[in-house]
Design a protein around this ligand. Structure first.
Ligand code: FAD
Length: 389
């Protein structure tokens, strides 16, 4: 079996005909619309604004939203497929799609009331990029120690004050799911979710981070200076924001797992192309058993990670709790992605260390998987609690 046919093999977890058709459509879109933009977006540290409407047109920004709201009426498996396919080419371009579907639309579908769904879902599926704002400077892993404050007003509205840090899509989003405490003395039971629009008075985007990887994805500060929020923009019950935040991240971690397996596959595919072409000691590098075994090990680990991500996705689609399987899938996929992308750089030798080849970007983009949506230590903490209970 050649490497080409291996790369094009059917997935071990059998996809339905619809999923295969969707995967092929996303792959065609990615090759046609994302691939030609990757280098310029990386250099500019910005998603090409002309790409975003194309995401919406293809239905990638509303995959699980019912058709009655303008969505694609699909499954989490389709989100996983989309994020994996785009990440094979650019993990930064993929994270915008991932955040929209897992961190913004999932909580809206699960917790929004009918009026909120009618008001926001059609826009979120057609032209409104969303963001999920939990982290702050002093509350990362300890997320519910947040300081952003929501103060109730006599007329039932709220006023938000504080700062969020590290917010993906911060530059492009018009819709922000913001977690704030209504009473710090209540600890996590004071945390409440609010829908904030970019146009609300007193809201601003702050500093944009200059990052190691996923450079085209915007990561910004959000500033709230006496931002008035209507009572109708509280998502879910007051004091239940912690539950929304946790459940949302449970689904979100599957998306990060998908990003990591896609990124690793992109690096491995690029290495395979090189190993067939590059000659040393009178033959192609792929002929050396030392290299064959390294590639075989990487491909095997990647397959295991992929199956973990697909399994967690299928479990979620079937209505099961995926707190543990999702944590395991994200942890392992991000570890494998770091190993595979590091190997890919080495397999290209000096060339792998330059920007003339894509593997150095895959390597830099791999690191974020161990950090966002809960660091690897936080995943281990979740898994250990379950195993040792
Ligand atoms: C590019 C990027 C995009 C992001 N996007 C978003 C977003 O869209 N929305 C959002 O809300 N947040 C976002 N984040 C924030 C991200 O989720 C946090 O950075 C992450 O949760 C870690 O928090 P921290 O950076 O404060 O690190 P810290 O919590 O300070 O952790 C530092 C180190 O200490 C370890 N550690 C902490 N506590 C423990 C413990 N109890 N036991 C063992 N080890 C521990 C951690 O594992 C880590 O290695 C993003 C971050 C980045 C870098």
């Amino acid at each position: 079996m050649t490497n080409d046919s291996f790369a094009q093999r059917p997935p071990l977890t059998v996809f339905t005909d619809d999923e295969v058709a969707f995967r092929d459509a996303v792959a065609d879109f990615t090759n046609g619309e994302v691939r030609p933009r990757v280098q310029a977006m990386e250099r500019a540290a910005k998603i090409d604004p002309t790409l975003i409407p194309k995401y919406f047109e293809l239905g990638l920004m509303g995959i699980q939203v019912p058709e009655e709201y303008g969505g694609a009426g699909g499954s989490l498996m389709m989100v996983t497929i989309a994020v994996e396919e785009i990440s094979k080419v650019d993990a930064a371009a993929a994270i915008m799609v991932d955040v929209q579907n897992t961190l913004v639309l999932y909580p809206m579908l699960t917790y929004a009331n009918d009026e909120q769904k009618a008001r926001y879902l059609p826009r979120l599926c057609s032209d409104m990029v969303g963001a999920y704002a939990l982290s702050e400077a002093s509350s990362g892993s300890d997320a519910f120690a947040m300081q952003t404050r929501a103060t109730p007003q006599p007329d039932g509205t709220w006023v938000l004050n504080g700062r969020k840090l590290w917010i993906t899509n911060g530059a492009e989003a018009e819709f922000f799911l913001v977690f704030a405490t209504v009473d710090p003395a209540k600890g996590y039971k004071g945390v409440t979710a609010f829908i904030v629009e970019r146009g609300f008075a007193g809201f601003a985007t702050g500093k944009k981070e200059d990052k190691l990887g996923i450079r085209a994805s915007s990561t910004t500060e959000l500033l709230f200076d006496n931002v008035p929020v209507p009572a109708a923009n509280v998502l879910g019950p007051v004091g239940q924001g912690y539950k929304i935040a946790i459940e949302t991240l449970n689904e979100g971690r599957i998306g990060i797992g998908a990003q990591m397996i896609g990124n690793a596959q992109g690096a491995l595919d690029a290495a395979v192309v090189y190993l067939k072409e590059r000659q040393q000691f009178g033959k192609a590098l792929r002929e050396f058993q030392g290299i064959q075994f390294q590639v075989a090990q990487a491909a095997t680990e990647l397959e295991a990670a992929r199956l973990m991500v697909y399994n967690a996705t299928r479990l979620k689609d079937a209505g099961h709790d995926i707190a543990i399987t999702g944590a395991m899938a994200k942890l392992y996929a991000s570890q494998v992605c770091q190993r595979v992308t590091s190997l890919a750089v080495e397999l290209l030798g000096g060339a792998g260390y330059t920007k003339d080849y894509p593997v150095e970007k895959f390597y830099r983009d791999a690191k974020i998987g161990a950090i966002y949506e809960g660091t690897s230590n936080m995943q281990l903490q979740t898994i250990a609690k379950h195993v040792l209970k």
